[in-house]
Each structure stands twice: as structure tokens, then as C-alpha cells.
Design a protein around this ligand. Structure first.
Ligand code: 13P
Length: 250
């Protein structure tokens, strides 16, 4: 299936960032004003900074996103944040099902799917993360595992809705390890095929991001692969020069 998915480079700050780091966002917005990249750039700061980063987004030069949301719209869920609240703070996206949430907070495919549905209902685009462990890769079941995660974690899209899929091999996150370009190409091709089979026409609009130790020195080669529509960047999104250099590669 031919894809017409938009290119997206998104930074996931994880649990990093305080007010003093907002100057980095200003630098980023200014640099992007000159660069005028032909990809969407998004920053997903911790929830405490979402409103402030959104306010600095330079009339949409960058988009912002949350890093997680609750399945419910509101209610007695101490410590949780609903998708509509993220939207209210200026977000366009929300990451759901990141491997750190799946592992450290025992999130299941079903929960991820419900969160993605809650995001769509709040008019956010969910960035749904999938990816195999090292053992699954070694056992040759990486594609099967990711297809199962897609089966379980993606909501049915209604007219006008879209989502983003982020392929993040668990073993590549924060380790400096990356799959071979052939393995990334195989997985992104398999995800694109899955979208064709299960989402139909709207699937062509779904961007498939690669995430896991994407850095300035490997970004160009990874982003040149067919069906890699962008990146979800952790560590390298915390340093504005590195993040910019990945955006330039896109
Ligand atoms: P790193 O880029 O630090 O490996 O993190 C990737 C990631 O988890 C993005 O969501």
C-alpha cells in the first residue's frame, strides 16, 4: 500500500525537564523558523511543562504532546491525567503504550487501546508504541509480536481520525543499540502491510515512526528507509543541537 503519511519527528522528554529548560524550546522554535523543515516537529515534555511548552510553540512551529493519559475522561483517579486535560494544555498528540509504561506500570494491550480511544475522543492523535524485547528478536518472533501488539493496542478509527504507530524495539531504547537497517525496513514494511489489512484506506495516512537510540549519526540512514515516516526520540531530544540535527536529517 502506498503511504501518504506525514513525516513527524517527536521528542519524548520522559521524566526530564524543569522550567529552566524552557529556554531550549525557545532555541528550537527559533531555529525551526529559519529551517522551515518539511516535517512536523513535536515535543512531549512532562505534564508539568506542557502548557508552557505549548505557549512557546511559535504559532504551531512545533506541536506538543503528553506522554500518557488515563482511559477515563475525568474522575477520582489520583495522580492521573485525562486526554482532554492534555488537549486543554495545548497538546495535539499523546504517547500511549510506551514500553516503559507497559513494563513499569504493567499496561496491557487492552489498556493501551482504551487510552488511544480516549485520546481520539479528546481530539488528540495517539502515538501508539509497539516493539519486541531482545529475546523475542533473538527467537525470530519480532514481527509476530509486533503484529499481536497492533491487534491488541490499536482502536478502530472513525471517519476523520488518525493515529501514529511508533516501532520502538525495547532493547534499543536508551542503550545505544539499534537494529540493522534491513531489520527496521522489514518491521516497518510489516506494519505498513498490517495497516493496509486492518485499517484500510485511512491506514495510508498513519505515520510509522522508528524509536530507540536514534541519534544525529544514524538518523539519516534510518529516516531514508521506506515506510519510516519519522522518529520518536528520547535522549537526543533533550539536547537541542542533537534534536535539530535529526530534524535536518528528516
Ligand atoms: P532513546 O532515544 O533515548 O533511546 O529513547 C527512545 C524512546 O523511548 C522514545 O520514546
Amino acid at each position: 500500500m502506498a503511504s501518504s503519511a506525514p513525516k513527524l519527528i517527536a521528542g519524548n522528554w520522559k521524566m526530564n525537564g524543569v522550567k529552566a529548560d524552557l529556554a531550549e524550546v525557545e532555541t528550537l522554535v527559533q531555529a525551526l523558523g529559519n529551517l522551515a523543515p518539511d516535517c512536523i516537529v513535536a515535543v512531549c515534555p512532562p505534564a508539568t511543562l506542557l502548557q508552557q511548552v505549548s505557549a512557546k510553540s511559535g504559532k504551531g512551529t512545533i506541536k506538543t504532546g503528553g506522554q500518557d493519559c488515563h482511559v477515563a475522561e475525568k474522575g477520582a483517579f489520583t495522580g492521573d491525567i485525562g486526554a482532554a486535560m492534555l488537549r486543554d494544555a495545548g497538546a495535539s498528540y499523546v504517547i500511549v503504550g510506551h514500553s516503559e509504561r507497559r513494563t513499569l506500570h504493567a499496561e496491557t494491550d487492552g489498556m493501551v487501546k482504551a487510552k488511544a480511544r480516549a485520546a481520539l475522543d479528546a481530539r488528540l492523535t495517539p502515538i501508539i508504541c509497539v516493539g519486541e524485547t531482545q529475546r523475542e528478536r533473538e527467537n525470530g518472533v519480532a514481527v509476530t509480536v509486533v503484529e499481536q501488539q497492533l491487534n491488541g493496542s490499536t482502536p478502530a478509527l472513525k471517519a476523520g481520525e488518525t493515529m501514529v504507530i511508533a516501532y520502538e524495539p525495547v532493547w534499543a531504547i536508551g542503550t545505544g543499540l539499534v537494529p540493522s537497517l534491513e531489520d527496521i525496513a522489514e518491521m516497518h514494511g510489516a506494519i505498513r502491510d498490517w495497516l493496509g489489512r486492518h485499517v484500510g484506506e485511512a491506514g495510508a495516512q498513519v505515520s510509522i515512526l522508528y524509536g530507540g537510540s536514534m541519534k544525529p549519526d544514524n538518523a539519516r540512514a534510518i529516516l531514508a528507509i521506506d515506510d519510516v515516516d519519522g522518529g520518536l526520540i528520547g535522549g537526543a531530544s533533550l539536547k537541542v543541537e542533537e534534536f535539530l540535527s535529526i530534524i535536518r536529517a528528516a
